[in-house]
Write a protein that binds this ligand. Structure first.
Ligand code: SF4
Ligand code: SF4
Length: 81
C-alpha cells in the first residue's frame, strides 16, 4: 500500500470512530451566538456569526472532543447519537 493510500485509510478509520460517538447538535433556542464554541474548537470545525445569527459546524472536521459542549455558557450544545 502506498503512503498516500495508507494516510487515506487511516483518515477514514478515524472518521468512523468520530462518527460513532455521535454529532454535536445546537439547540438554537438557547444559542446566543457568542462564538465561544468557535474559539475553543482546536480544529476550526465551528463558524459563528453574531451579526447574521448563524452557527455552522463541519461534521467531517469535528473530532467530537466536546470542548465546545463544555464551554457553551447557555448549554445549547450536546453530543447526540
Ligand atoms: S458557545 Fe453556545 S451560545 Fe455561544 S455560539 Fe456556541 S453554541 Fe451558541
Ligand atoms: S466537539 Fe471538539 S472538534 Fe467538534 S466542534 Fe466541538 S470543539 Fe470542535
Amino acid at each position: 500500500m502506498s503512503k498516500l493510500k495508507r494516510i487515506i485509510a487511516q483518515k477514514r478509520f478515524l472518521r468512523k470512530i468520530f462518527e460513532a460517538k455521535g454529532k454535536i447538535v445546537n439547540d438554537y433556542k438557547k444559542c446566543v451566538y457568542c462564538g465561544l464554541c468557535e474559539k475553543v474548537c482546536s480544529v476550526d470545525a465551528i463558524a459563528v456569526s453574531k451579526d447574521q445569527k448563524t452557527w455552522i459546524i463541519e461534521d467531517n472536521i469535528c473530532v467530537r472532543c466536546t470542548h465546545c459542549v463544555a464551554k457553551c455558557p447557555t448549554k445549547a450544545l450536546t453530543l447526540q447519537k
